[in-house]
Design a protein around this ligand. Structure first.
Ligand SMILES: [Zn+2]
Length: 294
């Protein structure tokens, strides 16, 4: 088994479960059945990850995306067929521009500079920025509750809009594992892109409540960023936060500036960490927000 490449680290978590962590930032998961394997998300696409997968299994691999952000979807160029919830195909295409790709290519270069300077010559950031997913992807649209039968193992699609309009999670009820993408994580969830890229907070809250109702079938939560696995306590914290705590305390939130990505405020409560815009907040509260700190 390949355990590391220029950009990735690979860990075996169980006989049927592997995690690939790319650029020390995003996790994607390989789940093995008897007849098929599923790859949940595909990373930035800085390098071809198929050799890693081939070093683990010879089963046919189906790529399912939790959502369309570049850190999950650019890597799908190596797979062609991709399964996802419909609105996030739009998300993928929205990010499929030279401008966005240049921004991500720079992140790749910076990662190598800091972690593996000897590999910089092997990463053609210019060619990376020129590529496009438009002509390489064949999308297949999944439905809420759809089951993927891998042979002796079933994964269920759970539609959980919030961080994006078409965000999904995947549930392995038998092993009580939830693959939660960017909607439940020990990491900041970005929420400042307003209505075209992120769904309203009220939809996110409904998604967390939906996961709470599945509590008896979930023990370990494997997210796309930060610590893994995490627990249902994270879901409880999101629900508490958006059921009143956020509404009461948002005026204490500190501003942040992520340069070309955007500006907004950061809300931290227990394990919840959210960066959001005031437009997003005003939509949730139903009234205008006045601040005096800036
Ligand atoms: Zn992400």
């Amino acid at each position: 088994m390949i355990t590391s490449t220029n950009f990735c680290k690979v860990q075996k978590l169980d006989d049927d479960l592997y995690v690939i962590t790319q650029a020390a930032l995003v996790h994607f998961y390989l789940i093995l059945g008897q007849k098929k394997a599923i790859l949940i998300d595909a990373g930035y696409g800085f390098e071809d990850i198929r050799p890693i997968i081939r070093s683990i299994t010879s089963l046919p691999v189906m790529l399912v995306l939790t959502h369309g952000d570049p850190d999950h979807s650019y890597g799908s160029e190596y797979f062609g067929d991709v399964w996802l919830y419909q609105p996030d195909y739009g998300q993928i295409m929205g990010f499929d521009t030279k401008h966005e790709r240049q921004f991500i290519a720079e992140m790749g270069v910076n990662f190598l500079k800091e972690n593996k300077p000897e590999a910089i010559e092997h990463f053609d950031s210019k060619a990376f920025a020129e590529r496009s997913l438009l002509r390489t992807l064949t999308p297949h649209f999944v439905k809420d509750g759809e089951l993927f039968d891998l042979g002796g193992k079933t994964l269920e699609v759970i539609f959980t809009p919030g961080h994006s309009y078409g965000h999904i999670m995947l549930l392995d009820r038998e092993k009580k594992r939830l693959f939660s993408g960017d909607m439940i994580c020990d990491y900041v969830i970005i929420y400042f892109f307003e209505s075209d890229r992120n769904a309203p907070f009220s939809m996110a809250l409904d998604s967390w409540k939906k996961i709470k109702r599945l509590e008896n079938d979930i023990k370990d939560i494997y997210s796309a960023h930060g610590q893994l696995p995490i627990t249902m306590n994270y879901v409880d914290a999101y629900i508490e936060c958006f059921s009143g705590e956020f509404q009461q305390n948002y005026l204490k939130d500190k501003p942040f500036d992520r340069g070309p990505l955007g500006r907004g405020y950061q809300h931290i409560y227990k394990t919840v960490n959210i960066q959001y815009s005031d437009k997003r907040l005003e939509e949730f509260l139903g009234h205008k927000v006045e601040r005096i700190d800036l």
